[in-house]
Every structure is written in structure tokens, then in C-alpha cells.
Design a binder for this molecule. Structure first.
Ligand code: UDP
Length: 315
């Protein structure tokens, strides 16, 4: 299936990933693109370019209420959720509701329109993983009562719901397990480590490393991630697929990489308390995406950080 000439609905379309997806499918020749977002963490200004395109429409709506729709829909992407630990811990009930009832409403829309449904899931379904790197067959190590569980368990429930709609209602579904992603349009204050370190580099503040900085993450540049999502939507792959960049580094290494990319700066590295439940290691095994989608990330960390820094400087 190609996304050309299709009507694409993006739930969470004003967010970081959602808005990049909107731009990409418009660029690829979608006939109509509708972004639905309640603007709780998304921003209209992310859709500035899309708003100039007559094929694009924005609907402000909270998908925990049934989703208004008219006419045919070919693909529904569900990217609606707070996604940074800071956002989902402050919006804890909204996060659980959008991941559960919101996902159900998205699935009902796809079912009513016989559309493909693509769920943005997360590496957080693996929790603090005991298997490394993480393959899709790993069932995870989530503490159901930790502060992160509001997001992790909502996303795990979302996967269960998507899988059940696929089995019971013969809906054509996809599940992307998205690992740490960064790039232009992240909010500088969303608390995630890349925008946080960039904000600190730009203002000359100290870099706040949580814990001793030995915990690892693997960071994927946004254009690569969106490419993976589009390829997944177009493929007949019903199993969950990891999407992320397997280049793993410690948080301390990331702080130094951002410092270098920003040209040094006056900030020092300072250490703060590690939040409860912060996973120790995370790296995707992307062999499934490579073999079934022909996808691998292409943008290096230094190029991705340079582009991101430039966009934040210009903002
Ligand atoms: N982190 C940090 N300093 C910050 C923000 C985050 O050291 O100012 C760490 C955080 O403790 C975690 C990693 O960076 O180990 C990634 O955090 P983020 O919130 O970006 O995403 P996560 O992968 O934890 O969901």
C-alpha cells in the first residue's frame, strides 16, 4: 500500500512526531490530511507549513471523546499522548485516558472507515529491561506502580487493545515501538534529555545529568523515525516493530556530545538525583524493521544534533 492519494488522519497531529508525519505525508502526495489534537502538549505552530496546504485540515479535539469524522479515511495514525516523563507525570490521568479510551476511539474510527490503524507505542513497554538489546519478543519489565507506569501501562494496554481489534474485528493494524527520538519542534521545556541539554547549552547553564550519567539511551533523529512509521503503515506487518537508532550512548556521553555540538559553552556537568524507575539501559534491536520494512536510520547523532540546535537557535 502506498500513502499517495489517501486520506490520512493523524491523532496527535500538532505534536512533535505528529506534525512531522503530517508534513511528510503531504509531501508524499496524500490527497487529504487531517490532524486532530487537543493542544494539551502539541502546538498549532508546528502545523504552520501544513496550514498553507489546501489538502490539510486541523480539528481541535480531545480523542477521549468519540472522534468526529466524515467521508472516507484510509489510514489512522495514533500519536496522541503526552510523551515526556515530565508531561505524563503531571498529566497522569489524561495520559492513562488517552492511551486507553482515546486509543479505543481511534480504533473505532478506523474500523468504521475500514482504514489501516497505526499505533505509536513505545520502548517504555519494555520498562527497565532485563534483556539487552530489546527485541520485540521481550515482554518487558514494567513496575505497575512506579511513577512511569501511567504512561507505560497505558501504552501496554493500547497494544493489547490494538491487537484485540486486529484479531476480533479483522482490522488492519500496525504497532510501532518508538525509542527515544529527537529533533526540531520538541518543546525546549518538555523535560526530555535532548531539549533539556540543548536549552542548557544555549543559555550557558550547567548540564543537569540525572544519576551518575551511566544509564544509556539510543537516540533517533525525527526524519528517520517518520520514515520508519510511513514504511510500517505501507507494509502488511501486524507484529510490533521497534523503530529507533541502535547507536547507544550514556547520558554523560550525550551531555558531552551536545556541549561539543553547541561549540563548548560555559556550562559544567552537574549531577542530580535519578528519578524513580529511570531505565538503566535501552537499545533497540531493529532486525525486524530492517528485514520486513527495509528500514534503518541514516542520520548520525552529530548531524541530527547540529540540525536540532540550529532550529532551536532560529526559534
Ligand atoms: N536526563 C538527565 N537530565 C535531564 C533530563 C533527563 O540526565 O535534564 C536523563 C534521564 O534521567 C534518563 C535519560 O536522560 O536517564 C533520558 O530521559 P528522557 O526524559 O529524555 O527520556 P526517557 O528515555 O527516560 O523516557
Amino acid at each position: 500500500m502506498s500513502l499517495r492519494d489517501k486520506h490520512i488522519v493523524v491523532l496527535g497531529g500538532a505534536g512533535f512526531l505528529g506534525s512531522h508525519l503530517v508534513d511528510r505525508v503531504l509531501n508524499d502526495g496524500a490527497v487529504r490530511v487531517t490532524a486532530i489534537d487537543d493542544l494539551s502538549t502539541g502546538r498549532v505552530r508546528n502545523l504552520e507549513a501544513a496550514q498553507r496546504d489546501p489538502r490539510f485540515a486541523f480539528i481541535r479535539h480531545d480523542i477521549t471523546s468519540p472522534i468526529p469524522h466524515s467521508g472516507p479515511v484510509d489510514v489512522v495514525f495514533n500519536l496522541a499522548s503526552p510523551a515526556s516523563p515530565k508531561d505524563y507525570e503531571s498529566r497522569w490521568l489524561e495520559t492513562m485516558r488517552v492511551g486507553s479510551i482515546g486509543t479505543q476511539h481511534g480504533l473505532e474510527l478506523a474500523h468504521a472507515r475500514e482504514a489501516v490503524f497505526v499505533q505509536a507505542s513505545t520502548s517504555e513497554v519494555y520498562g527497565d529491561p532485563l534483556e539487552h538489546p530489546q527485541q520485540e519478543s521481550y515482554a518487558g519489565n514494567v513496575d505497575p506502580t512506579s511513577p512511569r507506569s501511567v504512561y507505560d501501562e497505558a501504552k501496554r494496554y493500547g497494544e493489547a487493545l490494538v491487537s484485540a481489534f486486529g484479531r476480533k474485528k479483522k482490522l488492519s493494524t500496525r504497532i510501532a515501538r518508538i525509542f527515544n527520538t529527537y529533533g526540531p519542534r520538541m518543546r525546549l521545556d518538555d523535560g526530555r534529555v535532548v531539549p533539556q541539554f540543548i536549552a542548557q547549552a544555549l543559555s550557558g547553564d550547567d548540564f543537569t545529568v540525572q544519576g551518575d550519567g551511566s544509564q544509556t539511551r539510543s537516540f533517533c533523529f525525527v526524519t528517520d523515525l517518520i520514515d520508519g512509521l510511513v514504511k510500517l503503515a505501507a507494509a502488511e506487518v501486524f507484529l510490533p516493530v521497534n523503530l529507533g537508532n541502535p547507536q547507544e550512548l550514556t547520558v554523560l556521553e550525550l551531555a558531552n556530545a551536545v556541549k561539543r555540538a553547541a561549540g563548548g559553552g560555559s556550562g559544567q556537568i552537574v549531577f542530580r538525583e535519578l528519578p524513580t524507575g529511570d531505565p538503566k539501559r535501552r537499545r533497540p534491536d531493529i532486525s525486524r524493521a530492517q528485514s520486513l520494512l527495509g528500514w534503518s536510520p541514516r542520520v548520525s547523532l552529530s548531524d541530527g544534533l547540529a540540525t536540532t540546535l540550529e532550529s532551536f537557535r532560529a526559534a
